[in-house]
Every structure is written in structure tokens, then in C-alpha cells.
Design a binder for this molecule. Structure first.
Ligand code: 5GP
Ligand code: MN
Length: 345
């Protein structure tokens, strides 16, 4: 951050009214960095409110502070508007542009509060007074930890804060498997353990709390819905609204499914395409140099990171799948050259 000194000054005079918000359908990094930061700011004597644009998976509700989160689109529009209007500071975590928080975006843009963007996605929008942004950070939670450290306040990190931040780092590195797993990631994780994080407990709460419905849904998707296009080194799964209903699908149930497609040997590009009724939502993953951030941005109104991105389409599910397949020939060389580079050891 360029103006760390004035940022510190802003936070060192308490109490301030602070709102923290994060992206649509928060994942573990979005919610963990928000609740971790909220816990820290409360310890500094501020009044803090976390507002999420939508709900989030049940496997995140163990996080400390969860019960006080306001979910904007669950009848809390007016209340959220008031909090945003009277806020002194608004933190925007784990998203690069205001459209990622739906209707909240314009409220935040118009608010008189000082705005702070903390994020690790590509191409951030220029709307904040303070920006703490790095695409080389594995997770927003990593940036929150670094910020607390830069402020000389790591002594305020307790077990609850540490576990929220650890959850973000663990999931955004794919459990320390993705290329973003740097030395800093491991050092911070170790320091979070020093602050009391029970890493085994966090992993269990996030990964081992499946419902039977979810497991059956994964089984169905992998056995019936997986399409492998060897010539394009691509694998994808598409899911209809009826199938979501049939398996009693809840928020978070499709999370991680795309990784099975990417785990197939030789696959460079994986996608999951889901009919969410209001729109068709897509998740993309890639291996190596193939940028799904660019792919999602160029064709599906989305973006994210080089190897993990999302997007959407207003076509029908069938038309979206057709469009996705029809784009692949254009990328055939790129996908195949990339595969050769990866295996040429
Ligand atoms: P996921 O596929 O897990 O939903 O998201 C992968 C990454 O892409 C995340 O960092 C997420 O924030 C981002 N992302 C997901 N959907 C969208 C979208 O519709 N637009 C943009 N810009 N980013 C997205
Ligand atoms: Mn993140």
C-alpha cells in the first residue's frame, strides 16, 4: 500500500464505523478474510459490520463472527444501505470491481466513507482511496495478515482470527497445491499456528462436512455429465436447473467439482457450466500458461485469476455449452503447446 502511514492513522483513531464487504457467493477466502479482518478491527476498538451480497456455503458458518453477518439480499437491503451511508470506512475484500457485489456496488461507490480495496484478482477497478492489492498473493487472507503485520499489530491475532485467515489461505492455494503456494504462504500459515490456528480442525470443517445429497450429486456429475474433449485438452461438466433440484443442491455443493475435470491427465482447461436460473454461471480452471482470466473476460463477462476464473452467460444452458465448445478450435494450438511445455521434463 502506498499510503500506509495515513491508513494507519485512519485506523489508529477509534472508534470508527466500519463496513466490510466481499463478493457474490463468498468462498472461504472472501468470508475468512472478512471475518478475520472484522475480528482484528474490533480488537482495535472499532464498530464493525460484515455485509455479504448473498448467502454462502454451510461449511463456512463455523467462523467466528458468522452469526453477526448481514446477508444483503435476504431482506436486509435497507439496513445495509443505512450502514453503508453512515460508515467512516468501507473495506472491499477479495473482489476487483464493484459489479462483483451486485446492487451493493453502487451503494458503496456513492458512499462518503473512505474506501479500502484489499484483493488479489487481476485488473482492479480504480474506486478506492486505499488499495492493498497484489496478484502474487495467494489469498486475500494473506494480504490481511501482511497488513496486520505492517501495522505492527500481530499480537492482536487470536485463535479465531487466525483460523479465519488460515481457511482463506488453505482453500485459495487448493490446500497448498497450486503454484501460488509460496514460501510466504507457508511462513504465514506457520505464524497463524503460533497464534492458535488448529489447521486440522479447519480442514475438516471445510472439506469433511459433506451431505449425502452432495456426494450423490458429485457421483452423478462425474459418471453422467463429464465431457472430455481430448483434442482440445479440455474437460467440462454442465448441470441443468432440474439436476440441481433433483439432488437438493445447496449453496457450495458445486464448489470444487471443476477440479475433478482438471485432474484428468493431460487436461489443460476445465469448466463447469451451471444453469442457476437467473443466469448460466461458469467456473474455469487451467494448468500452466493458459489464462482462464482472459478466456472468461473475453467470452463470458467474467475474470478472476490466470488459473481460476468465473463468468456468466445470458444464453440458455444448451447455447452456452455450444458457445463454449465452438470457442475451443481457436485455442487448440495454445492448449496443445501448453500441454507439451508442461510434460517436457
Ligand atoms: P469460482 O469458479 O470458484 O467461482 O471462482 C474462481 C475465481 O474467479 C474467483 O477468484 C472468483 O472471485 C472469480 N470469479 C468467479 N465468478 C466471476 C465472475 O462472474 N466475474 C469475475 N470477474 N470473477 C469471477
Ligand atoms: Mn481469494
Amino acid at each position: 500500500m502506498q499510503n500506509l502511514e495515513s491508513f494507519k492513522e485512519l485506523l489508529n483513531i477509534s472508534p470508527k464505523n466500519i463496513v466490510i464487504t466481499t463478493h457474490h457467493k463468498p468462498d472461504a477466502d472472501a468470508l475468512g478474510s472478512s471475518l478475520g479482518l472484522a475480528g482484528f478491527l474490533k480488537k482495535k476498538g472499532h464498530h464493525v459490520q460484515v455485509i455479504t451480497p448473498t448467502d454462502y456455503p454451510d461449511f463456512l458458518t463455523w467462523m467466528d463472527g458468522n452469526s453477526e453477518v448481514i446477508i444483503f439480499n435476504e431482506g436486509n437491503e435497507t439496513k445495509s444501505g443505512e450502514l453503508i451511508e453512515k460508515a467512516d470506512i468501507i473495506f472491499c475484500l477479495d473482489f476487483p470491481s464493484l459489479y462483483r457485489i451486485n446492487e451493493l456496488g453502487e451503494m458503496v461507490r456513492e458512499a462518503s466513507a473512505a474506501k479500502v480495496l484489499i484483493d488479489h484478482h487481476q485488473e482492479p477497478e480504480d474506486f478506492a482511496n486505499f488499495t492493498f492489492w497484489s496478484t502474487s498473493a495467494a489469498a486475500t487472507a494473506e494480504l490481511i495478515y501482511d497488513l496486520i503485520k505492517d501495522m505492527g499489530d500481530t499480537h492482536l491475532i487470536d485463535k479465531n482470527i487466525a483460523e479465519c485467515l488460515y481457511a482463506g489461505i488453505m482453500t485459495d492455494t487448493g490446500s497448498f497445491k497450486h503454484p501460488n503456494t509460496t514460501k510466504n504462504v507457508h511462513l504465514i500459515s506457520a505464524e497463524l499456528m503460533d497464534h492458535g490456528a488448529d489447521v486440522s480442525k479447519v480442514a475438516k470443517l471445510i472439506y469433511d462436512t459433506n451431505s449425502v445429497d452432495r456426494l450423490k450429486f458429485i457421483g452423478f456429475a462425474l459418471s453422467q455429465k463429464l465431457v472430455v474433449l481430448k483434442e482440445y485438452r479440455t474437460a467440462y461438466i454442465h448441470i441443468t436447473a432440474e439436476e440441481l433440484k433433483r439432488f437438493n443442491s445447496k449453496t457450495g455443493d458445486t464448489e470444487g467439482l471443476v477440479n475433478y475435470a482438471l485432474s484428468i491427465e493431460g487436461i489443460i482447461l476445465a469448466a463447469i457450466i451451471i444453469d442457476r436460473t437467473e443466469a448460466v454461471k461458469m467456473s474455469f480452471r487451467s494448468v500452466g500458461e493458459f489464462s482462464v482470466n482472459e478466456f472468461a473476460r473475453d467470452h463470458f463477462e467474467g475474470g478472476g485469476h490466470k488459473n481460476a476464473a468465473g463468468g456468466k452467460s445470458n444464453l440458455t444452458l444448451e447455447e452456452t455449452v455450444k458457445k463454449f465448445e465452438s470457442l475451443l478450435p481457436k485455442y487448440k494450438d495454445q492448449l496443445n503447446n501448453n500441454a507439451r511445455t508442461l510434460t517436457a521434463h
